[in-house]
Design a protein around this ligand. Structure first.
Ligand code: SAM
Length: 270
């Protein structure tokens, strides 16, 4: 790997297929005025073609050896390197209309997606490479086993599309599983907006925590049967059957009741 021993703990699988790199960069379509951030530039497979189109690119990288190489290869006014853990990186410091891209470290994909969801208001779009299985869960429709907390918590903030599948052979070292490119575009303000994002998260976590159980049991600390019915959910129904808008509707109704002084324990079980 050009003199770098890949570090498993940092999820390092480097892209080595020029054809796949070209397809990803074409999908991203970088343009000179874009405010773009790449997560995990690594050895620069995406960084270099992105820099060919952009006057300035921000990157967030944790591996000091890779950072040293990037510093040697690119002047600091063109490649702005943010050294450290992306899970602790405050994207808000970079402004808004952000375009966030990357071949993500798969070992932190779920917490990273939740971290990015929290900055959705500052984002124009995001393009990521992830395990295909994770992408399938992100874009899953209600009713199947792929549909769960990740689907609901991302779909209520983003319109998402799986663009194409990438086989293990496109990487060195090759991962054991297929990967896929996914595009996320934040939903317009007002559509599917949860008034209390924390409450929405607690409800969805409780509902899918025991996904085979009836909602009247899994959500008993939050909602009455009447609350569920008002949001279009049968109390005897299950989380995996419920479309995203019903969860948002329920969260908003409960937030409304809380404002009106209803004593039910919206903070969740003690
Ligand atoms: N973009 C390169 C490519 O496509 O070949 C590398 C992709 S590799 C799958 C993931 C990259 O994310 C590595 O460069 C790794 O060091 C970096 N990384 C891993 N964990 C990270 C973290 N917590 N914060 C920032 N970067 C991280």
């Amino acid at each position: 790997m050009r003199g770098h021993a890949p570090r498993k703990r940092f999820g390092q699988n480097f892209l080595v297929s020029p054809g796949i790199v070209r397809r990803i960069v074409e999908a991203i379509a970088p343009a000179a005025g874009d405010r773009m951030v790449e997560i995990g530039p690594g050895l620069g497979a995406l960084t270099e073609p992105l820099l060919a189109a952009l006057p300035v690119l921000h990157v967030v990288e944790i591996d000091r050896d890779l950072i040293a190489r990037l510093r040697l290869a690119h002047p600091p006014d063109r490649l702005v390197i943010h050294e450290g853990d992306v899970l602790a990186f405050d994207f808000a410091t970079l402004g808004d209309r952000l375009r966030i891209v990357g071949n993500l470290p798969y070992n932190i994909s779920t917490p990273l997606l939740f971290h990015l969801a929290s900055v959705a208001d500052r984002v124009r779009d995001m393009y990521f490479m992830l395990q295909k299985e994770v992408v399938d869960r992100m874009v899953a429709e209600p009713g199947g086993s792929d549909y769960g907390r990740l689907s609901v918590m991302l779909q209520y903030r983003f319109v998402m599309e799986r663009l194409f599948v990438v086989p293990p052979g496109a990487f060195d070292p090759a991962p054991k599983v297929d990967s896929a490119i996914v595009r996320l575009i934040p939903r317009a303000a007002g559509s599917l907006r949860a008034r209390d994002a924390g409450l929405m998260g607690r409800l969805v976590t409780a509902a899918f925590g025991q996904r085979r159980k009836m909602l009247r049991n899994t959500l008993r600390d939050y909602a009455t049967a009447a609350d569920l019915e008002a949001a279009g959910m049968a109390p005897t129904g299950r989380a995996e059957e419920q479309p995203v808008d019903r969860f948002v509707d329920l969260a908003n109704r409960l937030a409304e009741k809380e404002t009106a002084g209803d004593p039910r324990r919206l903070a969740g079980p003690a």
